[in-house]
Each structure stands twice: as C-alpha cells, then as structure tokens.
Design a protein around this ligand. Structure first.
Ligand SMILES: Cc1cc2nc3c(=O)[nH]c(=O)nc-3n(C[C@H](O)[C@H](O)[C@H](O)COP(=O)(O)OP(=O)(O)OC[C@H]3O[C@@H](n4cnc5c(N)ncnc54)[C@H](O)[C@@H]3O)c2cc1C
Ligand code: SF4
Ligand code: SF4
Length: 602
C-alpha cells in the first residue's frame, strides 16, 4: 500500500458544533492534516555558491570541499576535475578569483581555496587516476594548435566527450607558459609533467616539435580534422622602442625565463635591471635574484597600476628585489659593444588612458641613469599572426571570435591569450572548456545558443561542464543525485545565508619557504608547500557550503509540526502536516531550501 493510501482520511466539519469540545490532542494529531492550510511550501534546492560563480572554470568548489573533508580524496578529485583538469597546477599558479567571491570573506576571511586545491591535487599525487571519458568514441577528430593551458584544457574536455584529439606543439615539450614562462619555484616541472602524462594516458596524442608554420598548414588541418582549436598564446616580446635595445646584454624577460627549460645558460652578471610591471617582469626579477644578482624593476607607473599579482610583487620585495616606480627607459647606455646601463626619465601620473589606468607623463629634466650587467625587457607579449589565414580578423592585436571562441570559419575555434580575454591560466582553461563544448555541439548538430542558456553559471560568462553533461545525458556525475532537490542557477551571496550559525575565523595561510632558504642554494624549490593534514582539515571546515544542504538537521529540529523526517540521506517533507510557516527555510544556515507558492491547481 502506498504512503498516500495509508494516511487517515481528512475529517471534514461542516459547522462549529461538529468540532471537538476543545483543541486538546486526542492522543494523535494524525487526523488534523494541517497541510491543507498552507500557502507556501518548502523544498530543498541546490544553489550556485558565489565562489563557483567567481571561478572562470566554474569549479564546483563546495562539492569537492565536502568530499575532501570526509576523507574521500579520489571522489573529491573526480568532482573537481569535471570542470578544472588540473587542481595541482591551479593550486599553485592561479590568481584565485574564487577567493574574492567567497562568502566566508565577510566573516573572518575567504576560505583559502587555492591552498586546498593544491592540497587536493597533491593528495592524489603520483596515483593520479586517468579521468574516464563520459561517452563512447565518437569517431570525430579535433586538431589543437598549441599545448598551453588553453590547448590542454580543450584536449582534456574533448577527450572526455569522446573525440580523438591531436595536439600540435612547436616546442619540444608541452605546457606553454606553464613550462616556459612560470618558473619552477612557483610550479614544479614534475607536477606539470605528471599532469601532461595523464592526458597522454587518457588518449590525447601530442605531436611535439611540430609547429604549424603557416596559414596553408592551418587550412590543411581544417580539411583533415572535424574541427580545429587554435591556442598559440602570445609568444613575442613587445620591443622597448628605444635606441640600442638590440645590444648584447639586453634580452627579453621571456627568453631569459624560457632558457631555463631549453637548457641555454646566460651569464647575467651581478646587476640586473628589469623593465616592466607584469608577471613576466616579476618572474624574471625573482629568477635573476635566485642567480645571485642585485635586481631592480623599473616601472613607468605606480605600484597600484602594476599588472602583476600583488602576492607576487610582495614576494619579490621580500626576496630583496627593488622596485623603482614612475621610471621609463629612454636609451641603452652602451660600453665596448655591451649594454652597461639605462638612461631613464622620471614620470608622473596624468589622466587615465584607454585601459583606465592613469597615463605616465614624462617629467622634463628628470633624467636618471642606472648601471647594469644585464637588462631584461618585459613590457608585454604580442601574438604571432603569421599562421592565421588573412580571412580571419584581428582587432587590437587579438584574434576576433564569437561566442565560445568560434571564428569566422565554422569549424575553427580559438581561445587563451590569442583572443581578447584576461591573460591568466584560469581564463585559458575557461576558454579551452567553452570551445570544447562548442565543438561538441557542432559535431552533434546541437544549437550552441540554446545549450548555453542551460549551462551558464548565473549571469557570468562561465559555463559548467556538469550541467552540459546533464543536458546531453539527463544525468550528471556531480550535480545532486536526489531527485527531490531542485537545481537553481541563483548565486548565493552572504546576505542569503543565515550567518548567525557561523562563527568568525581567520584563514590559514599557505605554508611558505622562509626567504633565506629561497635564496640559499635551494633557490628553485617551490616557495609554497602543501599544507599539513591538520591545517588543511581546519581550512576545509571553514567553508559555509553556500546553497547546499549539509544535513545539519536545523530544518528537522525547528519544524514545529514535525513535518520533516530524516531519511538515510536527506529529508522528507510531509506535506500533509507542513503548514508552510517557513521556519525550516529560515533556519537553514546555507540557503539550501526555498519556499514557493502552493500550486493553485490540484
Ligand atoms: C612569465 C609568465 C608568468 C605567468 N604567470 C602566471 C601566473 O602565475 N598565473 C596565471 O594565471 N597566469 C600567468 N601567466 C599568464 C598565463 O601563463 C597565460 O595567460 C596562459 O599561459 C595562456 O595560455 P595559452 O594556452 O593561451 O598560451 P600559452 O601558454 O602561451 O601556450 C601557447 C602554446 O602554443 C605554442 N605555439 C605557438 N605557436 C605555435 C605554432 N605555430 N604551432 C604550434 N604550437 C605553437 C607555444 O609554443 C605554446 O606552447 C604568466 C605568463 C607569463 C609569460
Ligand atoms: S581554478 Fe583558480 S579560481 Fe578556480 S577554484 Fe581554483 S584557485 Fe579558484
Ligand atoms: S564558504 Fe565555501 S561554498 Fe561558500 S563561497 Fe566560500 S568556499 Fe564557496
């Protein structure tokens, strides 16, 4: 007999005289089905945590934090890698916009998600399981040009979607800027090798030392493969545009950093000047410092305008790198055919330019000279346009694309530093994932715009692979398996939470190598290290689990009508007795319930 049939029939009273003498319980209240009074009904929901909405890979951080906290490390890693293929890499190099979005920030400081992501990647470590494909082999093939984070992410997701992927890379090793730009003291090359090896084990074919030289080769790839993803990044250093910049003793910061992976050795001497204020400048400076030089960064604006991350700038200063602000180079001072210094000019800040930053304006008569043994120029990277067919357009130095990286050519997509987007690893991963979904839609004849409506995270430009899988199969490996839990695309903000249930606590800092050890023979060892289990567990416990039920039992405890029952997993709401008072939803600490109007039709 069903639960419905088992219930006592409602007692109907036609007048007040038929009512019992008093409202005392007649041993059971089962007859009094208060649910008929209800105007609003509660239900369980799964909302989007604000950290997820702030991560360009739409990493479902709350999901893997919950599993990690329970000690289910492989399950946590599996949940994380639905959206972000490389937790161990991102836990080292990502500028963690997720942490700016984290609601915990309002109560003691954001959860140190970046440290936890690294801890998760490292906990799986050498045992890295091979991510299994979600679908049978499609028989379709995709060529990817470039093996930086954009290319790797696209290769990873397309392989999981069942397609055969071949990556063409002109260097001898894969990884792009992860290998040839970001130094080993921030990202160990063993970690990078391990992750790339895993992609090979998944079935991604890498054709190394196989650069796509020109537009004709690209046309051929377009003929030979069902789709092409172009992810060649921005590899050319921007010239300084000052006299004698080609003199011996002047080199690009990017070439200097690259030389560590390609095995070339440079004698940089003991006095290094670095020109620029971005990631390349700061990494080149910290690398030169590790080689024993006195290093000064010259930057033409003020610290507030430096594009490099504040954490990296601070670390450079801690390591003894000097930063001279509001200085611009005018010419290289040459002695005996070698650069011996720079003549510079002091600047002051004027009106904002097109980038929104205040424009540096020369201060007349303020020339100043700096001596050097080596000058490293790092004022930005440009895109090499020679392999791109002339029918594809560039605007402001970046390849023009439509939604999800689609170019004017139907089956050719592009993403990462080659297109107009923030130049970060996480944005490159985002671009790779978006294009993988667009390519999958193209290969299946699915309407991308309609799909995007279903998989977009809140009102952001980011998309969820978990939701895409749900769209394609009706099921998703990490979204709620409980059919009574409705998935909502609403982003949970701090004001949506019942903060009275949370106590203030400060974040745990990532363990860091002391400065003296960084510059003392161990120089290229990673500056940050993995947290201890104790530290990691403490940080895991700081997560509010925004928008997701943790079975804290508040709804069950507070319901005045005992209408909520605990199940083996989750809860049952007995709508025959729920009066719709909303206490359960109000007392939920994490906005994992909602009250909605009672349907008017029976
Ligand atoms: C020194 C430095 C430090 C950085 N630090 C950080 C950081 O800490 N955190 C962060 O988020 N971002 C950082 N960035 C930015 C980040 O590395 C880039 O935004 C990101 O790597 C872009 O990814 P991509 O795949 O588009 O390009 P890339 O990483 O540049 O990869 C492009 C790949 O394409 C290959 N290629 C180029 N032309 C061809 C061709 N014709 N045929 C075949 N292959 C080709 C290249 O060899 C390369 O492997 C840093 C950048 C630099 C330069
Ligand atoms: S990839 Fe970056 S933004 Fe996303 S969760 Fe990791 S640290 Fe945060
Ligand atoms: S508290 Fe947890 S779920 Fe909420 S935003 Fe921060 S990391 Fe995400």
């Amino acid at each position: 007999m069903s639960q419905e049939q088992n219930r006592p029939k409602p007692i109907k009273y036609n007048s007040a005289t038929e009512m019992p003498y008093c409202d005392l319980s007649q041993a059971t209240m089962e007859w009094n089905q208060t649910g008929t009074w209800r105007y609003l009904r509660p239900s369980y929901v799964e909302r989007t945590p604000s950290c997820q909405a702030a991560c360009p890979t739409s990493n479902d951080i709350e999901k893997w934090i919950k599993l990690f906290e329970k000690g289910e490390i492989e399950a946590a890693w599996g949940a994380a890698t639905i959206e972000n293929p490389f937790p161990a890499i991102m836990g080292r190099v990502c500028f963690h916009p997720c942490m700016d979005g984290c609601n915990r920030g309002e109560l003691g400081g954001s959860v140190n998600i970046n440290m936890l992501e690294r801890a998760l990647g490292d906990a799986v470590g050498e045992k890295l399981p091979v991510a299994t494909p979600f679908f049978e082999k499609s028989g379709k093939s995709v060529a990817i040009i470039g093996s930086g984070p954009a290319g790797l992410a696209c290769a990873y997701h397309l392989t999981r979607l069942g397609h055969k992927v071949t990556v063409f890379e002109r260097e001898k090793k894969a990884g792009g800027m992860l290998r040839y730009g970001i130094p080993a003291y921030r990202l160990s090359k063993d970690v990078l090798d391990r992750e790339i090896e895993r992609l090979s084990r998944m079935g991604v074919e890498f054709k190394l030392d196989s650069g796509v030289r020109d537009a004709t080769k690209m046309q051929e790839l377009k003929q030979d493969y069902n789709a092409v993803f172009v992810a060649i990044g921005a590899q050319k250093s921007r010239p300084l545009g000052i006299p004698d910049e080609k003199t011996t003793g002047v080199m690009s910061g990017l070439d200097f950093l690259r030389s560590f992976e390609t095995g070339r050795k440079h004698n940089i001497g003991n006095r290094v000047l670095v020109i620029g204020g971005g990631n390349t400048a700061v990494d080149a400076a910290r690398t030169a410092k590790r080689l024993g030089a006195e290093v000064t960064i010259l930057y033409r604006r003020s610290r507030a305008e430096m594009p490099a991350s504040e954490e990296e700038i601070q670390a450079a200063e801690d390591e003894g790198v000097r930063i001279e602000m509001l200085i611009a180079p005018k010419r290289v001072i040459v002695k005996s055919g070698h650069a011996a210094g720079l003549e510079c000019q002091r600047m002051e800040l004027g009106e904002p330019d097109e980038s929104g930053r205040r424009r540096p304006v020369p201060v007349e008569g303020s020339e100043i000279t700096f001596e050097s043994t080596t000058i490293l120029s790092a004022i930005g990277e440009q895109i090499e346009t020679n392999i791109i067919p002339s029918s594809l357009r560039f605007d402001n130095g970046a390849l023009v694309t439509k939604s999800c990286g689609q170019t004017e050519w139907n089956s050719v997509f592009a993403g990462g530093d080659i297109i107009e987007q923030p130049r970060t690893v996480v944005d490159a991963l985002c671009a790779g994932k978006k294009s993988s979904i667009a390519i999958d839609c193209l290969l299946h004849g699915d309407n991308l715009d309609k799909v995007l409506d279903k998989i977009q995270i809140g009102d952001t430009e980011y998309v969820s692979m978990a939701r895409y899988l749900q769209h394609r199969t009706g099921n998703s490996p990490i979204l709620s398996t409980n059919s009574e839990t409705e998935l909502l695309n609403e982003i949970v903000r701090f004001e949506d939470l019942n903060a009275a249930y949370f106590t203030k606590s400060s974040p745990n800092e990532s363990p860091t190598l002391p400065v003296k050890d960084r510059l003392n023979g161990k120089s290229f060892e990673e500056v940050h290290t993995s947290p201890s289990e104790e530290l990691r567990n403490d940080e895991l416990s700081r997560c509010f689990h925004c928008g997701r039920c943790t079975e804290c039992d508040n709804c069950f405890i507070y319901c005045p009508d005992v209408a909520i029952a605990k199940k083996q997993s989750g809860f049952d709401i007995d709508l025959y007795y729920c009066k719709g008072c909303g206490v359960c939803s109000f007392e939920c600490p994490r906005a994992a319930m909602k009250m909605s109007e009672e349907p008017t039709e029976l």
